[in-house]
Design a protein around this ligand. Structure first.
Ligand SMILES: NC(=O)c1ccc[n+]([C@@H]2O[C@H](COP(=O)([O-])OP(=O)(O)OC[C@H]3O[C@@H](n4cnc5c(N)ncnc54)[C@H](O)[C@@H]3O)[C@@H](O)[C@H]2O)c1
Length: 356
């Protein structure tokens, strides 16, 4: 199988690529990673795979039809997995346009080039071809404490420019399947965490701020509930859906781990108190500061992933206790990766509170 992955230098894409190229019995003969290397894209995330002859990196935009068309043909691509996106809610509130440009226009152009390439494939290859679009639970909007979790039938009600742009891309993917027959699949996943997570997001931000003696900023009352999934479990779910999912379907992916943000911060502080105590012996929790809530902040997301479990037999390997311990260990062992990123040119203010 020759696979085109977009956005593979980001958090989830790089974990997906590593899993694909290091798993036993991988069917991949070629994996092309198309990434524009925005502030969130970091080639160092995949530095360990540079010598793998199956791996090809192409720097560029999913919205560049000439480049996408060339890559599809040159590498005889059998499947596309689209991770490329602007992904940070706070940034979308500051500046929505890049989100529309990449998440909506970029996805449309990627779909269009893929459709044209796919239409000319021989019948057997055409039938086996897949386009998998990686999306988020944020397209479904927000829940109250007693609402049932989002299912694949929950109507879209995006509340941030980020969520609206992802909802737009999900609709386009659906339309390309319905209108042109392009064999698409979509996954809508809850919040991910784990290695290589960009330090503007909640979990890495809290770990790194704690270790650097900085405030741990918590939005509002800290009671916003998210469902957390370890990134390698998400990567495995995407691979399963790509190979065995029913064409035209969407699959929710969730961690079965609903937690309020404040509990995440407390768990991280307790782990750090044990694994890397402060020099003055005080608990890391003393660094927590509450800051004004984000406008339109969704209160609760919860994902019902029964369809994925029932149809494809997926279940996450990590629970939150094991996953967060692994994550804290990774950040403690990879301080250089973190400091290289924070030295990169982006505004420190933009780091915000990291809450998705
Ligand atoms: N992080 C989460 O918790 C989460 C949860 C559910 C779904 N998702 C979705 O998964 C995907 C990946 O998320 P992530 O957290 O890894 O994001 P990320 O921000 O870490 O990575 C995005 C990658 O896409 C690249 N990119 C951006 N614009 C591009 C363009 N126009 N052309 C090519 N490459 C471009 C960036 O350089 C970066 O490498 C996104 O589509 C996101 O919406 C993320």
């Amino acid at each position: 199988m020759n696979l085109l992955v977009t956005g593979g230098c980001g958090f989830i894409g790089s974990n997906f690529i590593r899993q694909r190229l290091t798993e036993k019995g991988s069917p991949l003969t070629r994996l092309v990673n198309l990434d524009a290397l925005t502030y969130a894209g970091n080639p160092a995330n995949l530095a360990d795979l540079a010598g793998d002859p199956r791996y090809v990196f192409a720097q560029g935009d999913i919205g560049d039809p000439a480049l996408v068309t060339r890559l599809l043909a040159e590498h005889a691509i059998d499947a596309v997995v689209n991770f490329a996106a602007e992904s940070h809610v706070d940034r979308s509130i500051d500046s929505p346009e890049p989100f529309i440009q990449t998440n909506v226009v970029g996805t449309l152009r990627l779909l269009n080039c893929t459709k044209q390439y796919w239409a000319k494939l021989p019948e057997a290859k055409k039938a086996a071809f897949r386009f998998l679009h990686v999306s988020t639970d944020e397209v479904y909007g927000t829940l109250s404490a007693s609402d049932p979790a989002f299912t694949e039938e929950t109507p879209f009600a995006p509340n941030s420019p980020y969520a609206a742009s992802k909802a737009g891309s999900d609709h386009l993917v659906r339309a390309y399947q319905h209108t042109y027959g392009l064999p698409t699949l979509t996954t809508n996943c809850s919040n991910n965490y784990g290695p290589y997570h960009f330090p503007e997001k909640l979990i890495p931000l809290m770990i790194l701020n704690a270790l650097e003696g900085k405030p741990l900023p918590v939005y509002g009352d800290g009671q916003q509930i998210r469902d957390w999934l370890y990134v390698e479990d998400h990567a495995a779910a995407i691979w399963l859906v790509l190979r065995q999912g029913r064409v035209g379907e969407t699959y929710n992916v969730g961690g079965l781990n609903e937690k309020p943000n404040i509990e995440i911060v407390q768990t991280i502080c307790a782990l750090l108190d044990r694994k890397s105590p402060r020099a003055d012996g005080k608990p890391y929790l003393s660094q927590v500061t509450y800051v004004a809530d984000r406008p339109g902040h969704d209160r609760r997301y919860a994902i019902d992933c029964a369809k994925l479990q029932r149809e494809l037999g997926w279940k996450p390997k990590e629970n939150f206790t094991t996953g967060i311990a692994k994550t804290v260990d990774w950040y403690l062992a990879n301080r250089m990766w973190c400091s290289d990123i924070t030295k990169k040119k982006y505004s420190r203010e933009r780091l915000g509170t990291g809450q998705g």
